[in-house]
Ligand binder design. Structure first.
Ligand code: NAI
Ligand code: MG
Length: 366
């Protein structure tokens, strides 16, 4: 079978890091290890310049038809003055919404070779490998009413509303349990049922779903404690599942455990198509378009390459190939090869393209 991948490089360093993934795709094809049908389209500022919109209908339809979307990054000062609803980020938001991407997976992997860059001491993070599964389309960021009203006495009152339904909690819980099955078999579910009704329902529904996953160990951890435990002893975690707001905070905390923005991949998954059993999915590095270093060959492509590895694992059922890519990345880092963002001051550094080539050279040896 041929895997259908839509590549949306975007703006700034997006096209530079996407280019390194194209090399990898080529390598897999040349080796006969996997067949890809790769399409490319515009998103963000690049799409605005061409079509006057941050994501053209045509690109959206291609995304809906693809097995997976690999997204670079969007944005930059060039588009500061475009209409708000066509700003580059609008392209990403439309994709998330129209693909129904409700589950955001953010791994925090600390490569031993980079442990010094972590916010924590080496022994706490060396070998760290956890994933935060954040609910992405519900909760307090979307709940209505959401408003600022002026009261009779002239005071203002701001309201945000946290809403979760059984269905929303159930589907995100299933993603977390399925993921844990492919990993170390542990889920920590995080909410604040001590003070929030949504937390009470979250806890109840996760327990209910757990009955279908008795081979996975489940613990419940209050979100504030979870933040503390992430800093105190992050290696205790395998999969953490949580709501939109807590997930936003906890995944940024987890990011700092790994050291560098240029290293962090992510996946956003949608509902399973009952007919094919496939999920809509978009993979992207956590970083943005980095206009400050764009066009200079300085971008670290490893977050994008890691995002491609996640696509191999979760969309294409190529778990072994994903392991290979991740192993190659670990070996390249262990050999001391560094782009500037992850190098010690004064150390030798390589370009975006050299880093991509180094990963491929390492793959040849595995
Ligand atoms: P950013 O992630 O683009 O850059 C932050 C800092 O990290 C910069 O100094 C940059 O040079 C560095 N950096 C980021 N990725 C790197 C990589 N792969 N290799 C080496 N260094 C890297 O975030 P910033 O500066 O806040 O935003 C820049 C633009 O990107 C803005 O227009 C913003 O709206 C957009 N953005 C887009 C995102 C997306 O497409 N998902 C996410 C975040 C920001
Ligand atoms: Mg955030």
């Amino acid at each position: 079978t041929s895997h259908h991948l839509l590549l949306l490089p975007g703006d700034g360093i997006g096209p530079e890091v996407a280019g390194e993934v194209e090399k990898l795709v080529q390598w897999f094809s040349n080796r006969g290890l996997a067949r890809f049908e790769i399409e490319k389209d515009l998103v963000g500022g690049a799409a605005y310049d061409e079509h006057g919109v941050a994501l053209a209908d045509d690109a959206l339809n291609r995304a809906l038809a693809a097995d997976a979307v690999l997204f670079g990054a969007v944005g930059g000062p060039k588009w500061n003055d475009v209409p708000y609803n066509q700003r580059p980020e609008a392209g990403l938001l439309r994709l998330r919404k129209d693909l129904g991407l409700f589950a955001n997976l953010r791994p925090a992997i600390c490569y031993p070779a980079l442990a010094e860059a972590s916010a924590l001491k080496r022994e706490y993070v060396d070998g760290l490998n956890l994933v935060i599964v954040r609910e992405l389309t519900g909760g307090v960021y979307f709940g209505e009413p959401k408003e600022i009203v002026t009261l009779e006495n002239g005071e203002k009152r701001a309201v945000d509303t946290q809403i979760y339904t059984t269905h929303e909690i159930e589907r995100i819980a299933r993603v977390a349990f399925e993921l844990a099955r492919q990993r170390r078999g542990k889920v920590a579910s995080s909410e604040k049922r001590n003070v929030m009704k949504t937390g009470v329902l979250w806890h109840q529904v996760v327990n209910e779903v757990h009955k279908d996953y008795q081979d996975v160990a489940l613990e419940h951890i209050l979100a504030d404690n979870c933040g503390m435990q992430l800093v105190r002893n992050p290696k205790q975690f395998d999969v953490i599942v949580t709501d939109n707001l807590f997930g936003d905070l906890l995944s940024d905390v987890a990011a700092m455990l790994t050291g560098s923005l240029g290293m962090l991949p992510s996946a956003s998954l949608g509902a399973e198509d009952p007919a094919t059993g496939k999920r809509r999915a978009l993979y992207e590095p956590v970083h943005g378009s980095a206009p400050d270093i764009a066009g200079q060959g300085l971008a670290n492509p490893l977050a994008m390459i890691g995002s491609f590895a996640m696509a191999l694992r979760y969309s294409f059922d190529l778990g072994q190939e994903a392991d290979l890519v991740e192993k190659a990345v670990a070996n390249v880092l262990a050999a001391g090869i560094r782009t500037k963002d992850i190098a010690a001051p004064g150390a030798n550094t390589v370009s975006t393209s050299d880093m991509g080539d180094a990963v491929i050279r390492e793959l040849e040896t595995l």
